[in-house]
Design a protein around this ligand. Structure first.
Ligand code: SF4
Ligand code: SF4
Length: 296
């Protein structure tokens, strides 16, 4: 599939088949010459990348969830296309959706793995606040930073509701995923999607990805009651170009449940400010008028 200018493209990340191999992180770094960074282990999970940032355009999150006593092996009797990661401890304490996990003492947790990335928002806060025009929407409706125009002010860093974009210490500029803009222009898919061995990361026209994601959600929901799509209905950013099929609420994956572009309510704020100023002026004029009339 050769990306065509004028059509919107994006990612569908099916976290249920991510195996945490980090091939996507490596491919991204290699193709985009993103500098090394070693976050070290947090002590809370096997995640040693930590978070997205100037030197981590992909971040494979390892979310460890405590689980309840097993309900058996029926999960693994399901067709391969609905299989998910799962591990269960009979002595676990916290609730677990039925059908997930395997019997035996294998740690009392299940690992939710998800490769996070820039959401390429429809209404991108980073673009809206950038004073130099360094951030822009491409002909594929992705969001890209032009390094030679970025002045390093950092407005985009504070505006992004997902905590994606960050200034790089070595050059002072803001950096993030470009949806491999150079590869798209030359008719190739992004490096992360190409390298993913399980097709957890899928690239394509956004309308097709939404349809694919909805079909997959319907299938997975039969076994995972909390399965949900993230990124399609996020009204605060007018939707995104990066969809995620999650097995639990977005907070568990450190994704904001209700992301909002900070500039979204600017027009309304100015309207209210105008009304307040008019009311104040009216009050002042009225009191001056009343004072003048009393003095005569
Ligand atoms: S606002 Fe954040 S998530 Fe949205 S396009 Fe900009 S950097 Fe990406
Ligand atoms: S390459 Fe695919 S399977 Fe491996 S960590 Fe990334 S998303 Fe998961």
């Amino acid at each position: 599939m050769v990306p065509a200018a004028g059509r919107r493209y994006g990612f569908f990340t099916d976290t249920t088949v991510c195996i945490g191999c980090k091939a996507c992180e490596v491919a991204c770094k290699e193709w985009n010459a993103v500098p090394d960074h070693l976050g070290g282990f947090t002590g809370h999970s096997y995640d040693n990348t930590g978070e997205l940032g100037a030197n981590a355009w992909r971040h494979v999150a390892f979310v460890e969830q405590p689980v309840s006593p097993t309900v058996g092996l029926e999960w693994f009797d399901q067709p391969p296309d609905v299989a998910v990661q799962g591990a269960i401890d009979p002595s676990g304490e916290v609730g677990q959706p039925p059908g997930t996990g395997t019997e035996g003492d294998v740690g009392g947790i299940r690992l939710l793995m998800s490769s996070d990335v820039c959401k390429h928002c429809t209404s991108a806060a980073c673009v809206e606040v950038c004073p130099t025009g360094a951030l822009f929407y491409t002909e594929f409706d992705s969001v890209v930073v032009q390094d030679d125009i970025c002045n390093g002010c950092g407005y985009c860093v504070t505006a992004c509701p997902f905590g994606v974009i960050e200034r790089r210490e070595s050059d002072g500029g803001a950096h993030k995923c470009t949806l491999c803009y150079d590869r798209l222009k030359s008719g190739t898919q992004p490096a992360c999607a190409q390298s993913c061995p399980t097709d957890s990361i899928q690239f394509g026209p956004l309308d097709e990805l939404i349809e694919r994601a909805e079909n997959r959600l319907a299938r997975v929901s039969e076994y995972e009651p909390k399965a949900q799509l993230y990124g399609r209905d996020e009204e605060g950013v007018a939707g995104t170009g990066a969809l995620f099929l999650l097995l639990d609420d977005p907070e568990h994956y450190r994704l904001p449940p209700d992301p909002v572009t900070p500039t979204r309510n600017l027009g309304q704020m100015w309207r209210w400010a105008g009304i307040a100023a008019a009311a104040l002026a009216t009050g002042v004029l009225a009191s001056v008028g009343a004072g003048g009339a009393g003095g005569r």
